[in-house]
Design a protein around this ligand. Structure first.
Ligand code: HEM
Length: 293
């Protein structure tokens, strides 16, 4: 039977999210880190219904599925997406903030002997399916029935693995909100109220949609996105969480957003700035089970 991608990737959207990144403590090897990560998915006393997804630094995982995010993505005009790779990624989500808080604390305690928490971000679902720009996010996602085909390696030694791109984007909401709705729609490439794609005559080549629709050999390359809003009233943005069976579409979308190659930078990057960037391999359930102590 084909290995099973971690089910939390495809779970119905829950309201509350916690994203944490970790680095190994000195002297801890990859196997010890993996063993501790498998324990995070075990039921904990404080658990409500919490989805758990764990990822590992690509260079720690065999067979090779992806490479680390070690080089910033630098556009031609000085615009840069930072590289902030860590050793492990934990994505916990739940319907109830209290249960998620308790579970996340318990997860940290499990990992504490082997890893230091390097970053922690709290996300939540804003107006059902909207990004903090006010636009619907996820319209062009593959339907859940097809998402595993897009997100996970289908066959071979890495079957069931997913590549995740995790990028925290901080919005300049004030700058975006002074634009008219028509100007905002030109930035995204879709209408604000109901997410209808603008026709070619009205969709600028700099629009986010125009930059992230990519093709190879005449076929559109898809990814599966699970973004949420994060932050506080004064400091907030998008937690970009994207999955794909290959690294190429994710990396190519980033290059196109930054204007690498053709110099056309995504208009969205004028109103929101990436503050982190890392790739993780999300091993299948069976591989994690084998790594359990
Ligand atoms: C602040 C960061 C971002 C925001 C606010 C944002 C928001 C949006 C919105 C509103 C849409 C249109 C609706 C939809 O189809 O979901 C969209 C589409 C899309 N975005 Fe983003 N996005 C962000 C970053 C990224 C990044 C980093 C990538 C890729 C690495 C990406 C890839 C895509 C793709 C593939 C589509 C669908 C294009 C299509 O097929 O029409 N986005 N995004």
């Amino acid at each position: 039977m084909a290995p099973t991608p971690q089910p939390g990737i495809f779970a119905a959207a829950l309201a509350e999210h916690a994203y944490l990144e970790f680095d190994r403590r000195p002297g801890v090897d990859a196997r010890e880190l993996f063993a501790a990560l498998t324990a995070v998915g075990e039921p904990m006393p404080a658990a409500g219904a919490i989805n758990v997804v764990v990822g590992v630094r690509p260079s720690l995982w065999e067979p090779v599925v992806a490479t680390d995010f070690t080089e910033p993505v630098a556009g031609p005009d000085g615009f840069t997406m930072p590289a902030t790779q860590h050793d492990a990624w934990l994505w916990l989500s739940g319907a109830d903030r209290t249960a998620l808080f308790d579970y996340t604390r318990a997860a940290l305690a499990v990992l504490d002997p082997v890893a230091i928490c390097a970053s922690e971000v709290s996300g939540w679902v804003y107006h059902h399916d909207r990004d903090l720009t006010g636009f619907i996010d996820g319209t062009e996602n593959p339907p859940r029935s097809l998402a595993p085909t897009v997100a996970a390696v289908a066959e071979g030694p890495a079957a069931g693995c997913c590549v995740a791109l995790i990028q925290q984007w901080r919005h300049d909401s004030g700058a975006f909100e002074v634009l008219s709705v028509a100007e905002q729609e030109a930035v995204i490439g879709r209408t604000k109220a109901d997410s209808v794609e603008l026709d070619d005559a009205h969709k600028p080549p700099t629009s986010h949609v125009a930059r992230t629709v990519i093709e190879k050999d005449g076929e559109e390359l898809k990814i599966f996105r699970r973004n949420t809003a994060y932050g506080s009233v004064r400091e907030h943005g998008t937690m970009f969480v994207g999955f794909c069976a290959q690294q190429y579409p994710l990396a190519e979308m980033l290059r196109r957003m930054a204007g690498v190659g053709d110099g056309v930078r995504d208009a969205l990057t004028r109103y929101t700035a990436p503050v982190t960037g890392a790739y993780y391999v999300i091993p299948p359930v069976e591989a994690l089970a084998r790594l359990a102590p």
